[in-house]
Write a protein that binds this ligand. Sequence first.
Ligand code: ADE
Length: 222
Amino acid sequence: MDIDVLTLFPRIFEGPLEESILKRAQESGRVQVRVHNLRDYTHDKHRVVDDRPYGGGPGMLMKPEPIFEAVEKLQRNDSCVVLMTPQGAPFTQARAQAFAKKPHVIIICGHYEGVDERVRQALVHEEVSIGDYVLTNGALAAAVVVDAVVRLLPGVLGHEDGAADDSFATGLLEGPQYTRPPEFRGMRVPEVLLSGDHGAVARWRAEQAESRTKQRRPDLLK
Ligand code: ADE
């Protein structure tokens, strides 16, 4: 999979890519992530990327020209162009799975008060929000999306079905998990997990996932 990220702040986006699973996924060639500074797509002396909104009002908007130039340079027949914005559709596990099937995703990170509407009109296929709050910068949101997508790509998590029983992939939250020691500060691991009875373990996990979901996220059960 190829991912191109367009941002005014490449370093905000790059940190998470340089560690752990995302780093190995790139090194092994399962994903190629390229980060582009939108200022490199300006042609004036001061490399201006923003301007005041027509009609007045506070704040600045991202100008259309650098974004159009960057997208038109990078775009292929099979590209999906995504805009990170609090006005977008909620980013969910289902949307992460859909993105993970695309050969090429271009992510535009908003900044300032937003982007010129013509970017939406002419370039963008999907608008995505990572939650009902406003960040200073879409690059943080893009890092969240890239992380959630890349871990779903084949071979990225060592164990092939690592992502299959994630919270949300099953429609339920994951239940409690334990590792050694069997007793720690008076707290014992539930007996069933030590029993070696795989059927009983599977039933217990299913019950736990169900009750945890009912308690914490009843909206997921509807
Ligand atoms: N940019 C600013 N806030 C955002 C959010 N919640 N999701 C996606 N992009 C954003």
